[in-house]
Design a protein around this ligand. Structure first.
Ligand code: 5GP
Ligand code: ZN
Length: 112
C-alpha cells in the first residue's frame, strides 16, 4: 500500500519525532498552521475516523488518551486545538487517520 504516513511511521520517510509508543507516532507537520503543529497517527493503517473498526478504535482511543501528554511535552499548557479532517469535504489530504494538535498562540475563533 502506498501511504505517506505509513512510510513516516516505518521511518522510510524522515520526520521530526515528538513522541512514539507501541501504538502511535507523533511528529511535526511539514507545513505548520500554528506556532506548534503536530500530527499524531496510529501505527496501524486506517483511512480516517470514518473507517474506524474494533482494532483501530482501540488505537484511536489510545491516541485520545495520549494527546494531553504530547501537548504537555510541546509546552501547550495554556490550551490547544485537536482536529481530524475526514474525506473530501473535510479536506483530508492524507488518507491515514491523523489528529492535528495546534497551539502555541491564541487560535482563531473560526474552525471552518
Ligand atoms: P490533512 O489535510 O490530511 O488533514 O493533513 C495532512 C497534513 O500532513 C497537512 O497538514 C500536511 O502539511 C502534512 N504533511 C503532508 N506531507 C507531509 C510530510 O511529508 N511530512 C510531514 N511531517 N507532514 C506532512
Ligand atoms: Zn497508512
Amino acid at each position: 500500500m502506498d501511504c505517506l504516513f505509513c512510510a513516516i511511521v516505518n521511518g522510510d520517510i524522515p520526520s521530526k519525532k515528538v513522541y512514539e509508543d507501541d501504538r502511535c507516532y507523533a511528529f511535526l507537520d511539514i507545513n505548520p498552521q500554528a506556532p506548534v503543529h503536530c500530527l499524531v497517527v496510529p501505527r496501524l493503517h486506517v483511512g480516517s475516523l470514518d473507517e474506524i473498526d474494533g482494532e483501530s478504535a482501540e488505537a484511536a482511543s489510545h491516541i485520545i488518551k495520549t494527546i494531553p501528554k504530547i501537548a504537555r511535552e510541546l509546552g501547550l499548557g495554556n490550551g490547544y486545538r485537536v482536529v481530524t479532517n475526514i474525506g473530501e469535504d473535510g479536506r483530508q489530504s492524507v488518507k491515514h487517520l491523523h489528529f492535528h494538535i495546534l497551539g502555541g498562540e491564541c487560535l482563531s475563533e473560526n474552525m471552518a
